[in-house]
Design a protein around this ligand. Structure first.
Ligand SMILES: CC(C)(COP(=O)(O)OP(=O)(O)OC[C@H]1O[C@@H](n2cnc3c(N)ncnc32)[C@H](O)[C@@H]1OP(=O)(O)O)[C@@H](O)C(=O)NCCC(=O)NCCS
Length: 166
């Protein structure tokens, strides 16, 4: 049984460990300069997790745009836009809609926190599908969707998406 809920700051090291497992194995396979400090629960950013019993198996982080202004499309965001900075799930837990559930819950938290828009760069396939499902379900739906190449030096295709949430 999977429970989706807020990740406390005390689980920051578990979040970092999942980030290392998942993101270190994705192109461009470079160690993260900040060892993922930017996606950890810090009491301010939104971090939603998936717990199997008491074990954290995945997370979704939503933050303000400040750290992401050098990424394609981000500087053109409308006022009061937040950014999905990470979505990750342990490999053995995938393809059971847990990623979609985490992102849906993160969108609801962003709405409660009074953000007007939510955005993100989503990797093609499961991540993009989860974003389309979640963002379509929100009030205003998707208002921008663009293919992005060379996102963070990756050889994979990403999709930038912007959706209205309030
Ligand atoms: C992104 C991630 C969290 C998604 O979690 P997940 O629980 O496996 O995803 P879901 O089961 O919710 O799947 C979402 C949709 O993608 C589909 N899907 C799942 N795996 C897929 C794959 N490999 N290729 C294409 N579609 C896939 C699902 O069928 C589902 O579609 P549906 O809603 O039409 O049924 C997980 O795949 C992951 O950690 N990937 C590695 C890290 C990553 O890419 N993060 C995103 C960076 S932006």
């Amino acid at each position: 049984m999977i429970r989706i809920g807020e990740v406390p700051v005390s689980d920051a090291n578990v979040v970092r460990s999942i980030a290392r497992t998942v993101f270190d194995n994705m192109p461009p396979h470079k160690p993260d300069a900040e060892d993922y400090a930017w996606l950890l629960p810090d009491g301010k950013r939104i971090v939603i997790g998936a717990y199997e019993n008491t074990s954290l198996v995945g997370f979704c982080t939503v933050d303000n745009l400040e750290q992401f202004l050098d990424l394609t499309h981000v500087p053109d965001s409308p006022p009061n836009t937040c950014y999905v900075s990470a979505l990750a799930l342990e490999p053995e837990m995938r393809d059971r809609h847990i990623g979609t559930r985490m992102l849906k819950s993160a969108v609801l938290e962003a709405k409660k926190a009074q953000w007007n828009y939510i955005s993100g760069h989503f990797r093609e396939n499961a991540s993009t599908k989860a974003a389309v499902t979640c963002f379509r379900a929100t009030a205003g739906g998707i208002i921008k969707s663009e293919r992005v190449r060379d996102h963070l030096g990756s050889s994979e295709i990403y999709h930038y998406m912007l959706a209205r949430i309030r």
